[in-house]
Write a new protein. Structure first.
Length: 309
């Protein structure tokens, strides 16, 4: 509850809506499809500030003197770190892979951060950020690896507010994966309940690191390629997320760009602003529907993590 209290104390905090979409429920043959709409979270167009701001608050309590905040990002996480750094009067250095759109880079710079574009993948940008970080350069990364797990766990803890806001009792929760941190938070939350729902994780076909790891039975790093689901374009699962997802996911599925784009458009028609990374959960539900034990009374929750645009 300490995390929730922290968020509730922020002047821009409002619970995000859980919106019923009857047309999708009819299409999918279930009782309800509810979309957790993270398109307006703490004044930003994605859920990432929930984790980043909590982790920054906790991590700064362990620091003496002024520090520079450092991170790597596909877009929304870096912008959230930059926004908080500006509010606290701190410098921020953000590393981005060269496949990140110019508009996303500009949005991070507009928050006052210094942005360095790294040739190659998201994993390459993370490596650059980790190398740059040091005693007075505090790394705020939403993925864990051996020797770097305290801050990533704080970020996952911060995401718990998103799930605490949900009062519905779902039969299935569909979450995007990426490095797996928000999916870790979802599994941790819902697996603590007596009547735990099924959990479906979704990721791009072009960056299916969690699915590849699940199939292999061990954590793997894989090469990635371009995808419209930029926020999920990750080649290595978080070491913290991996065991939780391996034990807690009921299903995992990959989706192609055209499926995510169609889902984004369909959510837009329903009045929900959702970019391809957020709408991937709808695309994944559609792709996996035939294998899911759902009926006309089932409730499904889709986590839409970002706004369109």
């Amino acid at each position: 509850m300490e995390v929730l209290a922290f968020h509730q104390g922020l002047p821009t905090y409002r619970p995000t809506p859980l919106t019923s979409v009857p047309t999708l429920a009819a299409e999918l043959g279930v009782g309800q499809v509810l979309v957790k709409d993270e398109s307006q979270r703490l004044g930003l167009p994605a859920f990432k500030a929930l984790g980043a701001w909590w982790a920054i608050d906790r991590a700064l309590q362990e620091q003496s003197g002024r520090v520079e905040l450092v991170t790597a990002t596909d877009g929304n996480h870096g912008r959230a770190v930059a926004r908080r750094a500006s509010a606290l009067g701190l410098r921020a250095q953000v590393f981005v892979p060269d496949m990140v759109p110019e508009a996303a880079i500009a949005a991070i710079r507009d928050e006052g951060a210094t942005v360095s574009v790294v040739p190659g993948s998201y994993d390459a940008a993370v490596a650059e950020a980790a190398t740059y970080a040091g005693d007075e350069r505090l790394l705020i990364q939403d993925s864990a690896w051996p020797g770097y797990e305290v801050v990533p766990q704080l970020i996952v803890d911060g995401y718990s507010t998103l799930f605490r806001e949900i009062t519905a009792e779902p039969d299935l929760v569909v979450v995007p994966m990426g490095v797996g941190s928000v999916a870790q938070a979802a599994v941790t939350h819902f697996r603590s309940e007596a009547a735990a729902p099924m959990m479906l994780g979704v990721e791009p076909s072009a960056a299916a690191c969690v699915t590849a790891s699940l199939l292999a039975g061990e954590l793997l790093s894989i090469p990635t390629s371009r995808t419209v689901m930029a926020g999920l374009n990750c080649g290595t699962p978080s070491t913290l997320a991996w065991p939780v997802l391996q034990a807690g996911l009921d299903h995992a599925i990959t989706v192609d760009d055209d499926e995510a784009l169609q889902a984004s458009a369909d959510l837009g028609t329903a009045g929900i602003s959702s970019g391809p990374s957020g709408a991937a959960t709808l695309a994944g539900l559609r792709a996996a529907r035939a294998r899911l034990a759902l009926g006309p009374d089932s409730t499904v929750i889709l986590i839409s993590t970002e706004a369109a645009g």
